[in-house]
Each structure stands twice: as structure tokens, then as C-alpha cells.
Design a protein around this ligand. Structure first.
Ligand SMILES: [Fe+2]
Length: 419
């Protein structure tokens, strides 16, 4: 997290990052009514208003309360409402009842944000180093919530029978054919993965360490909608031979027959997005598939999912700020690859790796030690970034994680095979 910049320059850079991140969150909710921002569509998703308030609570608690003498809380009821999962911060409102918080209003939450912003910017230059690092952490935390805000909003709108478009004027989906699939070969051997210490990283990306790869190849792009439609047409969802046992139980128990938000209409498959319902683009990366679906597709295709180490080694030479990622509010969606290998942007890529600590992992000190480590059970690692990931947020060592049945994020896959 430390930089070699002069203190004044580092202050200016951090203030710029803070202002940019905070501004984008508010741009994302500009089209929303108070009702749009208050409803919770499922326990996994949170209202947009809750994301706006919770990210402010993070700065208020760990930076202003703990690092600025004399700071007075904006509202002493808010910590109970907007603490997410920090046991060290005491009791909190139930996660699956966040949609009941119709008050404070959206306007009051935006006022809360202005209060926190003014106090933080005023204090920034005088903060001790350890607290400044929590400002940086808070910015990366808010970027994670920006992606969740968009995917939670998409899930909410998808529950509405009239299928509202949050944004209009998105690019008309071109009808293309999937590009040819090539393979990136690796001879295997001992490699290093994990964050190398330059710039920000979450604790779960460390320590950098050696690991052994077998000779293998990764596909040079992600699986497309057109290829997924062929999997469906071949009976992929109806043949238990492709599926893990847990995955098959999930398919049968939930009558799963296509990616989330897909529907067959006259004329073929369609998908719902933040710009409403449109025909799928066969050449665009498939998204909103679970780990179970990704694993079944790979089995059907005679391949497997990459390990996270294979992915990181292959992606390391490429620019993590490249590709189709979030720059501004609008109807984000995966687009057909036009250049490069597409390791970043469009869709997060499921790997076959469990989200577990690296050898020698130590959680961060203090309450923020609850940030990652306590979730290292039963979840799978995703790599890369998506069309909803704020540009600049991801990197080669970044470890995203979700449970194997979850698919409301922009999740897709890339094939791998042994050589
Ligand atoms: Fe959070």
C-alpha cells in the first residue's frame, strides 16, 4: 500500500481516488427513485441505498471514528443499520431484512455521504499512515460495492414483470459468430503467484509463493453465448454425466435450463440487462452462469476449468486496466472480444480453485481482519474482472469469490486442458 511519492503528492493522489470513487457511486444511482434504491430482491442482494450508506459507514467507522479526534457520528443509529458483517463492531440489522430500511430516505443517505466526505477530506493530510491505508482500503471496498450495486440492481429489475431498463441508449447488439478458439500453452514447472507488494492488494492475495503447474493450455478467450446455446441445444442441462453431484441437485431442484436472465422468445434466446431485454449476441462472452454450470460446460466440451495459478500466470503479462470494464454509469454488458486475450473485463472467470488461504496467510490486524479471511470456506475463486468492475480495481493477483450456486454477478468461464 505504501508509495514512494512525496507526502503531498500521495495526499493529492489519495484525495483524487477518493473523490473519483465516491462520485461514481452517486452517478450509478442517479436514475433511481427512492423506491428503486430501497427494495431488496433476495437475501444475497442489497438495496442500492444500503450500498451507499454501508460504504460511508466503513469510512466513518474505521477512518473518522478511529482516526480523527473529536469526530461526531452523523447519526448514532446508522452503525446498527449499515454494519455488514463485522462482529468486532457489535450487533447489526439482519442482512435479509435490509429492504425494510425504507427510512432513512435516499436523500438522507446522500446527506450522510456528504457529511462523511467533508470530514474525511478535511482530515486526510493529518491522518496517521495506518489510518491513511484504511482510506485506500475503503476506496477499493467501495469499488467492490459499485459492482454489487449494479448486479443487485439488475437482479431487482429482473423481478419486475415489465422488465424496466435502467439505462437506455446502449449499443444495439450486433449479431455475430463466436471467434475461433485458440490455446495458450504452458510447459508447467514451478511458478510464483500472489501479490508482489507493489501498490494496493487485499490481504487474501498474499503472501506471494511458489506453486507447481503441470503442462497445460488455456483457451485464448472466454466461452461465448453462441457456444452456450449449443450446449443447451445438445441437452447439456439434461444429462447428469456432465454435472457434479451438487450441481445436478441444484439443476433439478431449481429447474435450471439456461443462464440467469435468459429466456427463449420467438426468434431465439434473449437476455435481460440493465438496458432491458434484447437478443443474445452469439459472439459475446456468456455470463450469469454458476460454478456448477461452468464446470458442466467444461466437462461437456472435453476440457476443465483453469486453476487460479494457471490463470494468474497466463494473465500476468496483460494490462489489468484493459478490456470492457466500468468507467461511468450506463448499461454495462459483456461485449464480443475485439483484441487481446480478454483476461480482463466482460466477465469474471470461474476457476476450479477453492477460496482458501495461501501458505503463510495472515489476516490484517484489527476489525478489518474480518474483511476476507473468515469467508474462506465453501467458495470458489473467480479471476479477472467484469464489465461492472470499476476500471483500475483489478490486477493479476486479484481473488474474487462466490458460492458455487451463485450467478447474479457477471460470471463466465474460460476452458483449460492438460497437455
Ligand atoms: Fe462491504
Amino acid at each position: 500500500m505504501r508509495t514512494s511519492l512525496s507526502p503531498r503528492r500521495a495526499d493529492a493522489d489519495l484525495a483524487t481516488l477518493y473523490a473519483r470513487v465516491r462520485g461514481l457511486s452517486e452517478a450509478l444511482v442517479a436514475p433511481l427513485s427512492d423506491a428503486d434504491a430501497s427494495v431488496q430482491s433476495m437475501p444475497d442482494a442489497s438495496p442500492a441505498k444500503w450500498h451507499l450508506a454501508h460504504t460511508s459507514w466503513f469510512f466513518e467507522t474505521f477512518v473518522l471514528r478511529d482516526g480523527v479526534p473529536g469526530y461526531a457520528l452523523f447519526d448514532d443509529r446508522f452503525p446498527f443499520l449499515f454494519n455488514s458483517y463485522y462482529e468486532a463492531e457489535g450487533s447489526r440489522h439482519a442482512r435479509d431484512r435490509r429492504g425494510m430500511i425504507t427510512r432513512p430516505s435516499l436523500a438522507e443517505v446522500l446527506a450522510y455521504r456528504r457529511h462523511v466526505d467533508a470530514a474525511l477530506i478535511a482530515a486526510l493530510c493529518d491522518l496517521p499512515t495506518a489510518i491513511r491505508e484504511l482510506v485506500t482500503l475503503g476506496c477499493h471496498h467501495e469499488q467492490q460495492h459499485q459492482e454489487l450495486l449494479l448486479t443487485d440492481l439488475l437482479h431487482l429489475m429482473a423481478q419486475n414483470p415489465v422488465e424496466p431498463a435502467v439505462w437506455t441508449g446502449g449499443a444495439k447488439v450486433p449479431v455475430g459468430m463466436p471467434g475461433r478458439l485458440g490455446w495458450l500453452e504452458h510447459p508447467g514447472g514451478v511458478v510464483e503467484i500472489g501479490h508482489d507488494g507493489a501498490g494496493f492488494a487485499f490481504d487474501c492475495e498474499t503472501p506471494r509463493h511458489q506453486t507447481l503447474l503441470a503442462p497445460h493450455a488455456l483457451a485464448d478467450r472466454t466461452v461465448t453465448n453462441g457456444e452456450w446455446a449449443a450446449f443447451i441445444a445438445d441437452g447439456g442441462y439434461a444429462d447428469p454425466r456432465h454435472w457434479l453431484s451438487d450441481g445436478w441437485a441444484w439443476v433439478k431442484g431449481n429447474a435450471i435450463a439456461a443462464p440467469l436472465y435468459w429466456e427463449q422468445r420467438e426468434g431465439g434466446w434473449t437476455r435481460f440487462g440493465l438496458d432491458g431485454r434484447r437478443a443474445i449476441d452469439p459472439a459475446a462472452p456468456v455470463t450469469h452462469v454458476s460454478f456448477y454450470e461452468a464446470d458442466a460446460y467444461a466437462a461437456w466440451a472435453g476440457a476443465r476449468l483453469p486453476t487460479e495459478a494457471e490463470w494468474e500466470v497466463a494473465a500476468a503479462p496483460f494490462d489489468p486496466a484493459g478490456g470492457n470494464q466500468l468507467d461511468a454509469a450506463g448499461p454495462v454488458e459483456p461485449r464480443p472480444a475485439t483484441e487481446g486475450h480478454g483476461f480482463y473485463g466482460d466477465v469474471w472467470e470461474w476457476t476450479g480453485s477453492a477460496y482458501r488461504p495461501y501458505p503463510g496467510f495472515r489476516a490484517a490486524e484489527g476489525a478489518v481482519g474480518e474483511y476476507n479471511g473468515k469467508f474462506m470456506s465453501g467458495q470458489c475463486v473467480l479471476r479477472g474482472s467484469s464489465c461492472a468492475t470499476p476500471r483500475g480495481h483489478s490486477r493479476a493477483s486479484y481473488r474474487n469469490f462466490f458460492y458455487p450456486h451463485q450467478r447474479w454477478q457477471f460470471t463466465g468461464l474460460r476452458l483449460a486442458k492438460d497437455l
